[in-house]
Write a protein that binds this ligand. Structure first.
Ligand code: ADP
Ligand code: MG
Length: 877
């Protein structure tokens, strides 16, 4: 074929595969041509060579056939879809066909333990359907969301699963706003090529093909969910990874089974990823799992806490039983240490890539099931707890049968290659046993040949051996070569010896070769049959894998609880969150933690948390969120005692860190996020607001914080913790029934501030800005002058902020000088006004703004002096 012909074929195949890149097999290499060669050369540092043909030239880059996988992985992780065209021998020569298309969501990467989800998302009418498929384990989750905030919920689900590839349905492919939101939340490749796999009729058909029965029978009810699920299966099928049969079950769920955790909250709480390089995630802190499947499941549980009491009770019971039975637990963990990743192995069986050592891992892991079950049964503390129910969905007799079959079938230490025999136990199959016996007797004949020949012919320097070129031969030392009998046929003369064969030896050699070939073929066939039976048992293997992962997670949670003195929280359907001597699960690992109490209930809904910088406000509030979250994972919690009324969602927001540097846009983001919580949170939610409103000028900030407090208090009714540096807000507790103040105590009796880290009732009574300035080394004259200025400002001026209720009658004035509200009734219906219509003198407002906005940690002493002087001058005017 001409070079043009090859490039033409290349381009045709690539077009047909709808891929970004094509790797085309040419003999022992996979080649990339033209632009693809340049791309691959750039991305992977491969050598690109220039070929000329008939005046044209084109580029070419290749990788050896056996090395393709790591290159594919590297390309796919950079976001490319890579088609692979294999070369097949035909009668007249060969032909090439695209055998698979490797994409980020369908890459099977044996070197990584993490789940790798392909997601589909589709909009049908006002609902969104979503499906998540992990081709490495066959896990398949499907849901749909509807209603006013369906889009936000869809995005939350996408974030939760962190897919590596997202396929939007036809309606969404052109919706740039939606696609941008997806890009913001997940680090996934968006695959936007057109397909009719989302069409309802077709999707329904795909589902029926996969699972049999009507879609309702597999639990998928809405059209949107059917479309998403069908398209996901069709896509995986089309890419040719060949793992579809490992998708034996579909897990249909509704998002309201789970605690709502939006993307921002998951990040803020550092559930699975720390926010900074030095940070430690909750997952890293509590993870003591022994198996990779256990690690995956724990991660999943932390990202998806649940709401169903019954399930939580089961999980708690299991953790509790294992927490008190250290012996039983360590015994189980010991056994789990030898468990392999059955879900992954099942997928490999299905795709036909499982080798004999892999099958041995399946065998060994299945063998442990009996030991684990036995360890559970024999421990009096464990057997009636949920630990024992872990294996409930597992047909233990079937496990034992499959284990016995593998045990009978497999050789003790089989090789990774499939074609050269040695995979199976000799007695596994009568024909195999026969072949092996004949082979062995032929080998024995050869093994004893040397003795026989030297005796028969009196040759002392005689040996029998085998190599690749000569086959079997009789080797006689040069000194005795002349004495070799006549029927010896010379095949080679070496320096010190002569090699011979005989008709009989040739005959035996042919027999041995024939038997070896037969053995290789036969074992290969038998192993494939065995592998097919494993593939047929994919569902069982996945169930066992899942049960082992669960057991591992229980052991991990209970080990952490026992080592860190965590306690079993009392779960209720009520409104109370009560924590005695609670700690932050991550911070307690690295500092001597001062425990704190927390109390919220029906009549005490909203806590304003005040205290100086660095006193521990953020830690205290995150602790509340994490204790609640851990309780709804089924875990114990870091406290002496806790009562947790189950929540439907946890929302956290942290205000912008540096208002001046970040400017307006940060404030917009902050307000957008606040708006989102105001819409999404319900009476049953837990809300944590950390200095929200700080991203703007003081008066705007106070006003927004004030209004938000009132709205949460009056309209939303969520359990809320709100840390603020706006002291003025603490007076709201006198006006709103269910708002209470707590503060993080410091000892400022002397000249220094000592952080006590204890949380006490009531507001802090003063601002520590001046103290902090002193601590930071601002010169004394400036500090004392600043104190005077502050006092004078407080004495002389008051800020009025008029608020009116919906009926327009109540007025409240905030007096900055006295730090309190005046006028108005104690009312739950006050709405805040912005400060834009305060009656305060504009100059003083500017000075106050300036003073408050000054971050003493960021300002040099000289700048501070200049600022104080400027303020004095402005006030003099
Ligand atoms: P704030 O939000 O008030 O500025 P943080 O919550 O960020 O303060 O806490 C500052 C530091 O104080 C934390 O990094 C942590 O090391 C420490 N800290 C907070 N709370 C406690 C506590 N209860 N016990 C011990 N150390 C604490
Ligand atoms: Mg803070």
């Amino acid at each position: 074929m001409t070079a043009d012909g090859i490039v033409g074929e290349y381009l045709d195949l690539k077009r047909e595969a709808e891929a970004d890149l094509l790797a085309m097999q040419m003999g022992d290499f996979y080649e990339f041509f033209g632009e693809d060669a340049a791309t691959v050369g750039d991305e992977l540092d491969l050598k690109v060579s220039e070929r000329a043909s008939g005046g044209d030239s084109y580029e070419m880059a290749g990788v050896p056939v056996d090395d393709l996988d790591p290159y594919l992985k590297a390309l796919v992780e950079r976001g490319y879809r890579v088609a692979v065209a294999d070369q097949h021998e035909t009668d007249g020569g060969h032909e090439r066909r695209v055998s698979r298309v490797v994409t980020p969501g369908t890459l099977v990467d044996p070197t990584s333990e993490a789940a790798r989800y392909l997601a589909t998302v589709v909009r049908a009418a006002s609902a969104y359907g979503l499906a998540f498929l992990d081709v490495t384990t066959g896990r398949f989750h499907v849901t749909s969301v509807a209603g006013a905030d369906a889009e936000a919920q869809a995005l939350t689900e996408l974030y939760r699963f962190a897919p590596t590839e997202v396929l939007p349905g036809p309606d969404l492919r052109g919706d740039d706003a939606f696609l941008d939101s997806v890009r913001e939340r997940v680090d996934a490749t968006l695959t936007l090529h057109a397909t009719d796999d989302f069409a309802p009729g077709r999707a329904r058909h795909t589902l029926r093909e996969q699972f049999g029965g009507a879609t309702e029978q597999v639990g998928v009810e809405t059209d949107a969910a059917v479309q998403a699920a069908g398209a996901a299966l069709a896509y995986v099928d089309a890419t040719g990874v060949g793992v579809l049969a490992s998708v034996t079950r579909l897990h249909a769920y509704t998002p309201d089974e789970h605690v709502t955790l939006d993307a921002t909250t998951q990040r803020n709480l550092e559930l699975t990823e720390p926010m900074t390089d030095r940070g430690v995630s909750l997952f890293e802190t509590v993870d003591h799992t022994e198996t990779s499947a256990g690690g995956r499941l724990l991660r999943e549980w932390l990202a998806r806490p649940i709401r169903r009491r019954a399930e939580l009770d089961d999980r708690q019971a299991a953790v509790a039983a294992l927490a008190t039975d250290a012996m039983g637990r360590e015994r189980l963990r010991d056994l789990l240490g030898d468990v392999y990743d059955l879900e992954r192995l099942a997928s490999r069986a299905v795709s036909g890539s499982l080798d004999a050592p892999g099958a041995c891992r399946v065998r060994d892991t299945l063998g442990l099931v009996a030991d684990l079950a036995e360890a559970v049964d024999s421990s009096p503390r464990l057997d009636d707890s949920a630990v024992a129910t872990v294996f409930e969905g597992v047909d233990r007799a079937a496990v034992a049968d499959l284990h016995a079959e593998l045990d009978d079938a497999l050789a003790t230490d089989p090789p990774g290659t499939l074609t050269e025999g040695g995979l199976l136990a000799p007695g596994y199959d009568p024909e195999l046993a026969d072949v092996i016996e004949q082979h062995e007797s032929a080998r024995e004949w050869i093994d004893t040949l040397a003795d026989r020949e030297s005796e028969a012919h009196g040759l002392t320097h005689l040996s029998v051996d085998r190599n690749k070129t000569d086959g079997y031969y009789i080797q006689v030392g040069q000194s005795e070569a002349d004495a070799a009998p006549d029927h010896y046929e010379g095949i080679k003369t070496l320096k010190n010896s002569e090699r011979f064969t005989t008709p009989e030896l040739r005959e035996r050699e042919r027999e041995i070769i024939r038997l070896e070939e037969r053995r290789g073929e036969l074992e290969y066939e038998l192993f494939q049959e065995l592998r097919d039976r494993l593939a047929d048992s994919a569902d069982l293997l996945q169930r066992v894998g899942r049960a082992l992962a669960e057991l591992d997670v229980y052991c991990s949670l209970s080990a952490h609880a026992a080592r860190n003195d965590w306690t079993r929280p009392e779960l209720t359907d009520g409104d109370t969150l009560r924590v005695e001597a609670g700690r932050h699960p991550v911070v307690e690992q690295s500092v001597e933690f001062v425990p704190n109490d927390l109390h919220l209930d029906r009549d005490r809904r909203f806590l304003l948390v005040t205290g100086p910088n660095m006193s521990g406000k953020s830690t205290y509030m995150r602790q509340a969120a994490l204790v609640t979250l851990l309780a709804q994972v089924g875990s114990f919690v870091p406290a002496e005692a806790a009562e947790v009324g189950l929540v439907d969602g946890i929302f956290t927001r942290v205000g912008a860190l540096d208002e001046l540097a970040q400017g307006r846009s940060t404030f917009m983001v902050e307000m957008g996020e606040l708006a989102n919580i105001l819409h999404s949170a319900t009476e049953e939610s837990l809300v944590v607001l950390d200095e929200v409103g700080r991203g703007t000028a003081t008066y705007d900030g106070i006003s927004i914080a004030w209004a938000a407090t009132e709205y949460f208090h009056n309209e939303v009714g969520a359990k809320t913790l709100f840390a603020t540096h706006y002291h003025e807000l603490t007076a709201l507790a006198d006006h709103l029934d269910r708002v209470a103040n707590v503060h993080v105590a410091v000892d400022d009796a002397g000249d220094d501030v000592t952080f006590l880290r204890t949380v006490a009732e009531g507001p802090t009574d003063r601002s520590y800005g001046v103290h902090v300035a002193e601590l930071a080394g601002v010169p004394d004259p400036v500090v004392s002058r600043a104190g005077t200025v502050l006092d004078r400002l407080r004495r002389e001026k008051a800020i009025e902020a008029r608020g009116s209720s919906s009926d327009g009658t109540v007025q409240t004035t905030f007096d900055l000088g006295r730090g309190e509200f005046t006028g108005g009734e104690k009312s739950g219906k006050q709405a805040a006004d912005t400060a834009s219509d305060t009656g305060i003198d504009a100059d003083i407002e500017t000075v106050l703004d300036d003073l408050r906005a000054t971050d003493v940690n960021e300002t040099s002493p000289v700048e501070l002096m200049a600022a104080v002087q400027r303020w004095q001058e402005q006030l003099e005017e």
